[in-house]
Design a protein around this ligand. Sequence first.
Ligand code: PLP
Length: 403
Amino acid sequence: MPGFELFGEAERKHVNDVMQSGILMRYGFDGVRNGHWKAKEFEQTFAHRMGTQHCQLVSSGTAALTVALASAGIGAGDEVIMPTFTFVASFESVMLLGAVPVLVDIDDTLTLDPAAVEAAITPKTRCVMPVHMCGSMARLSELKRICSVHELVLLEDACQALGGTFEGKTLGSIGDLGCFSFDFVKTITCGEGGAVITNDAKIAKNADQFQDHGHDHIGNDRGAETHPFLGYNFRISELHAAVGLGQLEKLDQFLAIQKQHYTILRTALEKVDGVTFRTVPEGGEENYSFLNFFLPTQALTEKAHKALSEAGVDGCFYWFKNNWHYIKGWEHLRNLKSLGKLPQEVQQQIQDLNNTDFSKSDQWMGRTISSLIKLSWTEAQVLDRAKAMVAVCEKILFPQKTH
Ligand SMILES: *Cc1c(COP(=O)(O)O)cnc(C)c1O
């Protein structure tokens, strides 16, 4: 997944354009910026690549989620349904706006179970946020139907699935809004950065203004602009956008390498009895940033994860016991530990997360191992890795056999 592995000339060229004028801000200074508008250029190129009308570049993926929710009019007391398996940014962005995260079970796609979503809808529900974790996607047809029946906003968190597709459309472009992260370990990086994409002109305008203190961006005198509503500062700098432009030029190359490496590992592991794979909804294609597989039981999975690491197979994640990506590790959320007082709506409406039954999620996550797919591996290294992964899984699954 990490674009930082293939960093070079393209990024340097765009950064040098910015360094030559010294205009690090994305707005204004028209006469002295030598015609370089890196953030704007990124937005146009990215929207085109994603097949959407609009793109708003911001300072992080977390900012993208916050700006997306705010731009769709979500605020205090509104409920946002999200999965138990995601990155902490999902509930952070919701709670920053005084809205209430509602966590529901995942299924064999490793993201939202549509039946669990439907069961969690209340009169306060405003938004459903599938998170396309580890390169693959939620059951988007079912979620789209649910959102249209209940008039809910469908916001795709595609931070980990850039370049994946569903029925020929890019992930992130299927819901009302899609969000991406370009932090240092994502498919492409700006250093820090994020983006919101949408086909809704009103939402796009809201996003443009909200991420820049409410500036209306009319005319070319920043100081004279008006502020139609309250906003914040989630702007990206020209330097970060410049890095991102260099990376964006290589996105298709990154995706092709990921697919090659993934295919070698998957083909090898498919031959091991007892290893199964995460379900990709029909019509979907992953971005191949991770290979996600299941072992038959939690105990065997824990053993295999440990053995993989001992065998020197790095970059294998067991999210079930991880501090950042699964409900079990979010002790701070479960106990509402915050620096200041949380909004009353959050305090009153939030689930009792210490006593909610997420055993269905546990059953999938307890058996999941994800292998990161690196861009910098040589083919020989991928083949060695495949051999080592197969050997470890066979040894764990069939200990009686001699190897
Ligand atoms: C990385 C990530 C984010 C947050 O992005 P940052 O740019 O690190 O703020 C949000 N959601 C998911 C699923 C992510 O992986």
